[in-house]
Ligand binder design. Structure first.
Ligand code: NAP
Length: 352
């Protein structure tokens, strides 16, 4: 049982990110004081959404400079915080040249770095870490034989060379549990979203969520979609899950946060129902052998195609609903509202 004083400031790492900025917004709307870390608080573009939130909640939001790779850089913002929500970590898909440097080091060293400051800061009682379903499994094929993935599963199949982003999240979460177990003052709760979609508060994020939605705007699936299933969850529900995990005294362990499993084709159908016909919305699935042939040109390995395309996928998020009280929006709402936000932001043309 960990009771967090609601009047104490809450630290959110990577506060400008797609997921984190919704966490910051909800914390402020709930009346909390928030310290958000960003790599460059002085940058002229990309922080407008946080500045707007600061203006709307005077004296409640402060920005602090911190980089995952700078040892000790989170220490300045932490004193007085009882709750630390650690979301900062690169989520990049496609065209990763140096996965060790671009993904694994910031995820792992960053987690060690943040938690070293937690260890050194007496006020901290709980850390909520943004993990992922990819720390639960690497490839869809890993579900072999089971009906669903649960919080008991761990990704044992990813490496720097195969599925480096899942690998980065897995080693970072494992390190977090090991560091937590070495002391008794603070506890750890981890949140495991599938693909997070839904309206973004910023157009500056380079999250894989944005990369995925771009595939529905650029004709890359005009001929058809891969038969690829993924867990989808609304960014607003993920943000709420982090806050509930922070302030629910009994919260403990890992929480899967997924609304539904959908395929790329189902996403295309949702978009067509909401926005009408577009060549960018796939109307059929391509046979796996064609996806295999085209994989390298699309930035995918054939091993990825073999172990993910055509495999069923399911997650059991019932623990999160039962223990944290999270109610998940249906994927149809999430996907349509994400695309509408892209139209409103001028990133894509609306229906003609
Ligand atoms: P995002 O918008 O790209 O946010 C990532 C954040 O990480 C950014 O705020 C960025 O900060 C920060 N960051 C990256 N490298 C950093 C470094 N070296 N030092 C300090 N900060 C650094 O991506 P997101 O989708 O919101 O992801 C947030 C978290 O959710 C990540 O832990 C990700 O693994 C996890 N997650 C995401 C999804 C999803 O579908 N989006 C699913 C499961 C889990 P700056 O802006 O200051 O550069």
């Amino acid at each position: 049982m960990t009771k967090i004083d609601p009047a104490a400031p809450v630290l959110v790492t990577g506060g400008s990110g797609y997921v984190a900025s919704w966490i910051v917004r909800y914390l402020l709307e709930d009346g909390h004081t928030v310290r958000a870390t960003v790599r460059d608080p002085a940058k002229p573009k990309g922080l407008e959404h946080l500045h707007r939130l600061a203006d709307a909640h005077p004296g409640k939001l402060s920005l602090h400079q911190a980089d995952l790779l700078d040892e000790g850089s989170f220490a300045e913002a932490m004193p007085g915080c009882e709750l630390v929500i650690h979301t900062a970590s690169p989520f990049l898909i496609g065209n990763i040249r140096n996965p060790q440097r671009e993904l694994v080091e910031p995820a792992l060293e960053g987690t060690r770095n943040v938690l070293a400051s937690v260890d050194a800061t007496d006020s901290v009682k709980r850390v909520v870490l943004t993990s992922s379903v990819v720390a639960v499994h690497g490839d869809n094929a890993d579900m072999r034989g089971a009906d669903t993935f649960t919080e008991a599963d761990w990704n044992t199949t990813s490496s720097v060379d195969h599925q480096p982003y899942p690998y980065s999240k897995t080693v970072a979460e494992r390190a977090a549990w090991a560091i937590q177990a070495a002391q008794k003052r603070w506890d750890l709760v981890t949140i495991h979203p599938g693909l997070v979609l839904g309206p973004a508060l910023t157009t500056a994020s380079v999250s894989g969520s944005m990369t995925t939605m771009k595939h529905f705007t650029d004709l890359s699936m005009a001929a058809g979609a891969p038969a690829l299933q993924m867990g989808v969850v609304d960014v607003r529900d993920v943000a709420r899950a982090h806050i509930l995990a922070g302030f629910t005294p009994e919260a403990n362990g890992r929480y899967l946060t997924n609304a539904e499993t959908v395929s790329m084709l189902q996403m295309g159908k949702i978009l067509r129902r909401a926005f009408g016909r577009s060549l960018s919305f796939p109307t059929r699935e391509l046979p796996k052998f064609m996806i295999r042939i085209g994989a390298p040109a699309a930035g995918l390995t054939r091993k990825f195609v073999d172990l993910n395309v055509g495999w069923p996928l399911a997650y059991d998020s019932s623990r999160t609903s039962a223990e944290l009280g999270v109610e998940f929006r249906p994927a149809e709402t999430t996907i349509a509202e994400h695309y509408q936000q892209m139209i409103d932001d001028g990133l894509v043309r609306g229906p003609r």
